[in-house]
Design a protein around this ligand. Structure first.
Ligand code: ADP
Ligand code: ZN
Length: 412
């Protein structure tokens, strides 16, 4: 959003003023004077996940607790959760962003929206909920899980919009196919909270009979509604009126040029209760500078490839699980249900085992051979590939666990 830089600079300076007076952590690290240009941002230290943990629970909050209307927390399973707060105004802003997300798929008051993201501290469920309520569509707050009931409701209620994680969308597609019944009225779906490839998109779209939109967000920035695809599906538009995005070299922290992959760094421009400055998301993206054909003024980022934490290093080659997924889904007869086992016990060399389910009746061994050869050829990794019968691997109701220690591999 090049043309709007003065507006962004103004928001940044107002944000810094708010933070300098209210959050000790930030007053120690923000410049005393307003920024004169956005270029000066690069000199301000990053905020990292540990900063949230170190200041748990309220150390990074910029308003007193009575002004906080809602709390959410990350799904992180170990240690203290990452906590984020919202004033009443922040909830309005979030709702506005989520409404915008749904409008990208043409959602209106006439739609029946089944929200199968988890409700609770996780931002997914309630985030979609408030966006859908603003539009006035009929909201069915199923939360995640109880798959047979989800399928029944999709059919009986005439659900037109589905929201859940992409891995759960695949589970629902499978369950729909397994339970005979009338055609559904599903039209669009919004899937996010974990990385997924275009190959996975094709499987979800074919399985559910809808158009699939990628949506991105994270607890530290208030949850979903940071970026979303438009109907061209060529990257996700970042809501730059509320979030300032930078992409940096993950090692040096220096800015990367548009078109170069790096780590996404986000600053919230308008949040009041839990603003965050230059948050290192650890997500790998490419910032796309060219104007999108849809005409939106917001710049785009590529579909996130994965988080630095999830990157595998196999004989010196860096591989994201999503790259493995991309290759697997080029092999006819393989499904998007897969798991990667990693064995770090044999010295410096990580060994990979890929378990993947067949999508249909195929010759398991020869399909496995093809997958093994393609992984070698396309991303330069050696991996054992075992193709399993459909229905063998664990299913996910939320974020799928793609990488496991080799000893934990199921079904292999
Ligand atoms: P946790 O950190 O416990 O997983 P969050 O729900 O805050 O909890 O997760 C946010 C993270 O989820 C992002 O930083 C990113 O890694 C991932 N994520 C969210 N949406 C997407 C998406 N559309 N594509 C890829 N990754 C995503
Ligand atoms: Zn667009």
């Amino acid at each position: 959003m090049r043309g709007a830089e003065p507006a962004t600079l103004d928001k940044i300076n107002r944000l810094f003023e708010h933070l300098r007076e209210r959050v000790a952590f930030y007053s120690a690290r923000l410049p005393a004077e307003p920024l004169k240009s956005l270029d000066e941002l690069a000199a301000i230290p990053f905020t990292v996940k540990e900063d949230f943990r170190d200041h748990y629970p309220f150390g990074l909050f910029a308003v007193p607790l009575p002004e906080v209307a809602r709390l959410h927390a990350s799904s992180g399973t170990t240690g203290k959760p990452v906590l984020t707060g919202y004033t009443g105004g922040d909830l309005d802003t979030w709702g506005e962003c989520m409404e915008r997300v749904l409008r990208m798929g043409g959602v209106t008051a006439d739609d029946v929206l089944q929200n199968a993201y988890g409700y609770g501290l996780f931002t997914g469920g309630l985030g979609f909920h408030i966006g859908a309520e603003r539009i006035g569509c009929t909201v069915v707050p199923t939360s995640s899980g109880m798959t047979a009931r989800q399928v029944m409701l999709i059919r009986d209620l005439g659900t037109t919009v589905l929201t859940c994680t992409p891995s759960y969308a695949l589970v629902l597609a499978e369950a729909l196919a397994a339970q005979a019944g009338p055609a559904t009225r599903l039209r669009v779906g919004f899937f996010g909270a974990e990385p997924w490839t275009d190959g996975m998109r094709r499987q979800i779209e074919a399985g559910l009979g809808l158009e699939a939109f990628d949506i991105f967000g994270l607890t530290e920035l208030g949850g979903p509604g940071v970026a979303v695809e438009c109907s061209r599906h060529e990257g996700l538009h970042i809501f730059e009126d509320h979030f300032l995005a930078e992409v940096v070299d993950p090692d040096s922290g220096r800015p990367r040029a548009p078109g170069e992959e790096g780590e996404l760094v986000l600053t919230s421009l308008t949040r009041r209760a839990s603003p965050v400055v230059r948050y290192r998301t650890r997500d790998r993206v490419v910032l796309l500078d060219e104007q999108c054909g849809c005409g939106s003024p917001f710049r785009r980022m590529s579909k996130p490839r994965g988080r630095t934490d999830d990157m595998l290093i196999v004989r010196g080659v860096n591989v994201f699980p999503s790259a493995v997924e991309e290759v697997l889904l080029t092999v006819p007869g393989l499904s998007g249900n897969y798991q990667i086992g990693i064995d770090r016990s044999s010295g410096q060399q990580d060994r990979l085992t890929v378990l993947v389910e067949a999508a249909a009746r195929v010759h398991l061994q020869s399909v496995g051979e093809t997958a093994r050869a393609r992984l070698r050829e396309l991303i330069g990794i050696r991996a054992e590939v075992t193709v399993l019968e459909p229905g063998t691997l664990p299913r996910s109701e939320g974020k799928a666990r793609r990488v496991v220690d080799r000893g934990e591999l199921k079904g292999g």
